[in-house]
Design a protein around this ligand. Structure first.
Ligand SMILES: Nc1ncnc2c1ncn2[C@@H]1O[C@H](COP(=O)(O)OP(=O)(O)O)[C@@H](O)[C@H]1O
Ligand SMILES: C=C(OP(=O)(O)O)C(=O)O
Length: 467
């Protein structure tokens, strides 16, 4: 049975060659992510070209996800990292301000000083360093180092519980968005999404410049959790961005919050990615820790659509081994079954009810295959959310971008195919294609679900055909 849980790999200096991108695709990567907090424009454009070429050579459907920085703050560019000791004082200053002490860095948000108060906790690098804000001035703050450690360039800064008055989309985000659209990004992720309006703003800004990407909303703080239902309903995909989320909420709440989000995504029919620190130790080690194996296995057991690697593949020593590890762990847990939230999907319209009936039929047929004919991918995603158990689940679409986008969805193997003007011909092509690909034998039962069978015939339908 092919692996159902999909995998996103972040590209970075360790994986930028076209050869390495090809290697990661061969190992099982389904989606590549470019983190615009680090990526320069020319580099991101070049990476997109490399991914497209490597995918084309392999006839693989590989979407590219541009991840925008959003209203998040980071340390500036340091000449070399600071080695901080307990009790050191670090200065965070505005971009135009000169350093007053040696341990000083800029932050990418000049409004920070107005948003924080003395006594607030400041967390750097996803929890690697804890500081207390001791003094707040107009153009700088001074922080007392509570835990020793190294502080590098462009590290995350979190202020748990503090609302930053940054706009949903910063000037930088607008520039990065324009690049993403120019590169025909398949997915665009908004960081620190706080409410549904934020998702809408991103989508509208993208559509205003003719972008056709789908929108990923990264849930990373308490405010997003308050508005979680509305965000899930507005976004195409949710990302449980555990790096920031694990700092912004109490860490013991993280597994509960992750499961709540995954469950709610199922109920409301939105795809979900579980991200960050899945195999963190493999940045420098060739094998995962037991805790990491268990964590990856848990996310696959929860039947998330996609897992995501960040530093593991962008800067790590063992990117290929990381992909292999995810593939092994996910495939293994899938053999023993999943959490079954597919049963919780709320069937809100007739189309979704037809999808349920098709999944029930396909699951009941030994050796049955499930096929969705889809133009925009909407029906395919509905069907996938019901978590079919068939040995094969395929989406056929005439649309190139939709075909790539569907590669992120759990369980789906997408194929690009023109629909014929008559239904019999389309069905025949589907059967022949699956047989030619070795995915079905002559006679294999194929359940085909569609809301459009040809250019001239729209109807919700379930067909049982034999290859
Ligand atoms: N395009 C890039 N260029 C340089 N370094 C990168 C790039 N992408 C990612 N990295 C590095 O990989 C680390 C982990 O990746 P990621 O989780 O995407 O970043 P972050 O945690 O900083 O948001 C980053 O902190 C950064 O050091
Ligand atoms: C994916 C995340 O966001 P970022 O890229 O900002 O690390 C995260 O916080 O888990």
């Amino acid at each position: 049975m092919p692996r159902k849980t999909k995998l996103i790999c972040t590209l970075g200096p360790a994986t930028e060659s076209e050869e390495m991108i090809g290697t990661l695709i061969d190992a099982g990567t389904n989606v590549f992510r470019l983190n615009m907090s680090h990526a320069k424009h020319e580099w991101a454009a070049e990476m997109t070209r490399r991914v497209r070429r490597a995918a084309e050579q392999r006839k693989a459907q590989i979407p590219v996800l541009f991840d925008l920085t959003g209203p998040s703050i980071r340390t500036g560019d340091l000449e070399k990292p600071f080695e901080l000791k307990l009790g050191d004082v670090v200065e965070f200053r505005n971009s135009g301000t000169a350093p007053a002490i040696p341990l000083s860095t800029t932050v990418n948000y000049d409004g920070l000083m107005a948003d924080v108060k003395q006594g607030n906790t400041l967390v750097v690098d996803n929890g690697a360093l804890l500081m207390r804000i001791d003094s707040v001035m107009e153009d700088r703050i001074l922080c007392y180092v509570k835990t020793p450690g190294t502080m590098g360039s462009r590290r995350h800064i979190n202020l748990p519980g503090v609302r930053l008055n940054l706009p949903a989309l910063t000037e930088k985000d607008h520039k990065d968005l324009a690049l993403a659209v120019e590169c025909k990004a398949d997915y665009i992720a908004g960081s620190f999404v706080r409410d549904a309006a934020h998702v809408r703003e991103l989508r509208e800004a993208m559509e205003a410049i003719d972008g056709e990407a789908q929108i990923v909303a990264k849930v990373e703080d308490q405010e997003a959790m308050k508005n979680i239902d509305a965000i899930i309903q507005e976004a195409d995909v949710i990302m449980v961005a555990r790096g920031d989320l694990g700092v912004e909420i109490d860490f013991e709440d993280l597994p509960i919050v992750q499961r709540r989000i995954v469950k709610r995504c199922h109920e409301l029919g939105t795809r979900v990615i579980v991200a960050t620190q899945m195999l963190e130790s493999m940045i420098s080690n060739p094998t995962p820790t037991r805790a990491e194996v268990t964590d990856v296995s848990n996310a696959a057991y929860e039947e998330a659509d996609c897992l995501m690697l960040s530093g593991e593949t962008s800067v790590g020593r063992y990117p290929e081994r990381c992909v292999e590890a995810i593939v092994r762990i996910a495939t293994r847990i899938e053999r023993s079954g999943g959490l079954g939230y597919g049963h919780n999907v709320l069937l809100r319209d007739e189309r979704q009810k037809v999808a349920r009936a098709a999944v029930t039929l396909a699951d009941s047929l030994p050796e049955g295959r499930l096929v969705v004919l889809t133009r925009r991918g909407v029906l395919a995603n509905h069907v996938a959310m019901l978590r079919p158990k068939t040995a094969g689940f395929y989406a056929f679409t005439p649309n190139e971008r939709v075909c790539r986008q569907l590669a992120l969805t759990r369980g789906i193997t997408p194929f690009r195919m023109a629909f014929a003007t008559n239904i019999e011909e389309t069905i025949k092509r589907v059967g022949e294609h699956l047989v030619a690909e070795g995915l079905a034998r002559p006679g294999t039962p194929i359940v085909i679900v569609s809301d459009i069978l040809s250019d001239h015939f729209a109807a919700n339908s379930i067909l049982l055909h034999h290859a």
